[in-house]
Design a protein around this ligand. Structure first.
Ligand code: HEM
Length: 413
């Protein structure tokens, strides 16, 4: 294993930069390592008032684990219905509110979530996980031994969408089309993406699932689209808007997050060769390694809520209507919860990271996400001897997602 020779991709932003910081700006996250900022906020100003940004109002920045968990746990005090990420919260709402589980609260959320969880039945999941493991082996085998590959594109770029397409039983001939659209719809490729392209891609995905759902209503199978298309809540079928939005949420929630954690794992192995060796030699279990990869990479940087009434968070008064953002990236390095939090330790236990959130909106795809990462780690362990960084990783451009959209490496077989 050789250590990376390229200069750091992100520069560490010192705490003195706090007054000018704009956490809503994707460039902040793409260009800077915010670990010093998070450390200072956790210690000195854990519920921080962020100046107005992104054309919207001021918002709260929650950085300690305990406060983050409190917000996640209390949808009656901190609702997702006006959006659950800064981009939509600052624009005043989310058009899928009350329709898509992630931005719905109360009894309707519980029912939509029940339907979504039915789509992850053990039988369906077992088949999906089995295919993911085989795909991980094939993809790693195809690039192992080559002088260079882009791990983000050549390996991680294929696995999660394949798993979700298997879950939804998307026909093989449509998959490349969907992969292209989701890349654009999430808008994290770079600053040059036009808002129109993003909007168009989202609409195309929704239209695609509308057609697929109609055909599954006529000929249902055991897949997730059929589950949503034939489900009833209090005796009534879901509306087409609900079916389509929740199909889309599986791609939205599960594609890029998993990709980023896998790519981040490989980058971490190049930076921490002893940990790679420990995994390779079987000194640490794949299960603990998966959770440390999730904590270390924290693909979902933040989630957000809106205060439903005047309340207090860690003693700080928060007014009704205020936007409250919870920074998983900081909570997962909280020294009050994690021993030596800046150490990448694949054997870490306990490891109750917040990478999948917490409480009523806890990620419905957590089992699948873990299984994808486990499949990849097993494939790497079996097929690869050393991992060398061969170029400069390219960070994604997002205030919501964290990680690398390109990772040039050599996987030495
Ligand atoms: C919710 C992260 C994989 C689908 C969430 C939440 C987080 C998260 C933090 C909570 C959002 C909130 O509280 O507002 C991740 C990460 C993943 C991953 C880091 C991979 C490493 C997946 C997969 C799927 C998925 C594979 C589906 C195939 C969803 C859905 C929700 C959700 C539908 C909304 C649940 C609800 O609101 O009740 N995810 N996720 N995620 N995730 Fe994931």
């Amino acid at each position: 294993m050789t250590r990376p020779t390229t200069p750091p991709v992100r520069t560490v932003l010192p705490p003195s930069a706090l007054p000018g910081l704009d956490l809503a700006d994707p460039a902040t996250h793409a260009r800077h390592d915010l670990s010093e900022i998070w450390r200072t906020l956790r210690a000195e100003d854990p519920v921080h008032r962020h100046r107005p940004a992104g054309g919207g109002p001021a918002f709260w920045v929650v950085t300690r684990y305990a406060d983050a968990a409190e917000v996640y746990r209390a949808p009656d005090r901190f609702t997702s219905e006006r959006g659950n990420v800064l981009a939509s919260l600052l624009q005043g709402g989310d058009s899928a509110s009350g329709v898509m589980a992630a931005v719905t609260d109360g009894p309707r959320h519980r029912e939509l979530r029940r339907v979504l969880l039915k789509a992850f039945s053990p039988r369906v999941l077992a088949a999906v996980v089995d295919k993911v493991e085989r795909a991980a082996h094939d993809l790693v085998a195809a690039v192992a031994g080559r002088p260079e590959c882009d791990f983000a594109e050549d390996v991680a770029g294929h696995l999660p969408l394949k798993a979700i397409c298997d879950l939804l039983d998307v026909p093989g001939q449509d998959r490349a089309f969907l992969l292209r659209l989701t890349g654009t719809a999430l808008g994290s490729d770079g600053p040059d993406q036009s808002p129109f392209d993003v909007w168009q891609a989202r609409n195309d995905i929704l239209a695609y699932f509308g057609e697929l759902a109609k055909s599954r209503q006529k000929h249902p199978g055991t897949d997730a689209v059929s589950t949503l298309a034939t489900a009833t809540i209090e005796g009534r079928p879901l509306t087409m808007d609900e079916i389509v939005a929740n199909c889309y949420s599986l791609i939205l929630g599960g594609d890029e997050t998993s990709r980023l954690s896998m790519t981040g794992a490989v980058l971490a192995f190049t930076e921490h060769p002893a940990q790679w060796q420990a995994l390779k030699n079987g000194e640490v279990s794949v299960d603990t390694a998966v959770d440390e990869v999730l904590r270390w990479t924290t693909p979902a940087l933040h989630f957000g809520r809106t205060a439903t009434a005047d309340t207090r968070l860690n003693g700080v008064p928060v007014a009704a209507g205020d936007i409250v953002t919870v920074w998983n990236a900081s909570a997962n390095r909280d020294e009050a919860v994690f021993t030596d939090p800046d150490r990448f330790d694949l054997g870490r236990t306990p490891n109750k990271h917040l990478s999948f959130g917490h409480g009523p909106h806890y990620c419905v795809g957590a089992y699948l996400g873990r299984a994808e990462i486990a499949g990849l780690l097993k494939a790497l362990r079996e097929r690869v001897d050393r991992i060398e960084l061969t170029g400069r990783p390219r960070p994604v451009y997002s205030s919501m997602l964290s990680g690398f959209g390109s990772l040039p490496v050599r996987l030495v077989a």
